[in-house]
Design a binder for this molecule. Structure first.
Ligand code: PEP
Ligand code: MG
Length: 324
């Protein structure tokens, strides 16, 4: 099996019926690129920039950030790199950013909510990204977007910093896609409205599942409710993908579910365009996709979404449709 996977390192991801899908990797630091290249990643689908902040004793400077982003863009040599603006809060703390104790940190002050309030730190990050954009194929996404106003505010700050840099004579790519993570049910439900304004969606199932099922992703006692295959989750994902496509935009996924071997047939059937996962899952997933036919998986997904009551029924259906 390992030998079969090895052969796929330099191959494109092509399904049994000849459709190309994009298999990208999630990374936390520029050092992770080595694994992405070794495993044949077709891009970076999620660069979690909060590690730049968490591994330091103070806010990283614009220069430090610029160097990290440039290294990743150059390392990927023109392949797409989706950089997520910092997602601090929830379970991720910053010792030098004093946040008040909260009853429900996952429902509190985190990610884009901090960026919009601490606007100086957000502008520094965006400037570093804009300057790095000259060195590769940069895409930017905002985490934890709940409302269109969140997106519009973040995008307006991005546009302002971009205009300033251009006025200063700095070389900035004029082709930076700006998208959002879909990880809050409100955004998943309203995806048709978001799709008119964003360049892409990346579905963050790690959070989307916990918020939809009201089951903390870290809490063992309610882990039985953390159900990626629950038909409610599949319907939300379908809504997001369909909304993107209706506006000619692409939809990816960067939560754990994107590399899950039971979920992949369903996601292929729902029409997901980009799958971003830990680098070590890429070759296994490429090998699986090679064996699956998208038309047949579309039939599977349609049945799962319209006829299943439970996650168990969905899993049984996937087994039926993927049996050799
Ligand atoms: C997600 O929520 O699915 C996601 C990719 O983001 P994180 O796991 O960093 O919250
Ligand atoms: Mg998340």
């Amino acid at each position: 099996q390992k030998a079969e996977w090895e052969k796929l390192v330099h191959a494109e991801t092509i399904t049994a019926d000849g459709k190309h899908l994009e298999l990208a990797a999630n990374i936390g630091t520029p050092k992770d690129l080595e694994g992405v290249i070794k495993n044949g990643g077709e891009g970076v689908g999620l660069y979690r920039t909060e590690f730049l902040y968490m591994d330091a004793s103070d806010f990283p400077s614009e220069e430090d950030q610029f160097n990290a982003y440039k290294a990743v863009l150059e390392g990927m040599a023109g392949k797409p790199v989706v950089v997520r603006t910092m997602d601090i809060g929830g379970d991720k703390e910053l010792p030098y950013l004093k946040l008040p104790h909260e009853m429900n940190p996952f429902l509190g002050y985190r990610a884009i909510r901090i960026s919009l309030a601490e606007d100086g730190m957000f502008r520094t990050q965006l400037r570093a990204l804009l300057r790095a954009s000259a060195y590769g194929n940069l895409r930017i996404m905002f985490p934890m977007i709940a409302t269109l106003q969140d997106f519009r505010s973040a995008k307006a700050i991005f546009d302002e910093e971009k205009a300033k840099l251009i006025a200063e004579g700095v070389n900035v790519s004029d082709d930076i896609q700006v998208g959002i993570m879909i990880e809050i049910p409100a955004a998943a439900v309203l995806a048709d409205r978001f799709a008119k304004e964003v360049d892409f969606f990346s579905i963050g199932t790690n959070d989307l599942i916990q918020y939809t099922m009201a089951a903390d992703r870290m809490n063992e006692r309610v882990s039985y409710l953390y159900q990626p295959y629950n038909p409610s989750i599949l319907r939300l994902i379908k809504n997001v993908i369909d909304a993107a496509h209706a506006e000619g935009k692409w939809a990816g996924m960067c939560g754990e579910m994107a590399g899950d071997q039971t979920a992949v047939p369903l996601l292929m059937g729902l029409g997901l365009d980009e799958f971003s996962m830990s680098a070590t899952s890429i070759l296994r997933t490429r090998s699986l996709m090679k064996r699956l036919d998208t038309t047949k998986m579309a039939e599977l997904a349609e049945k799962a979404v319209t006829e299943c009551d439970t996650a168990e029924e969905v899993v049984a259906l996937v087994e039926e449709y993927t049996a050799e």
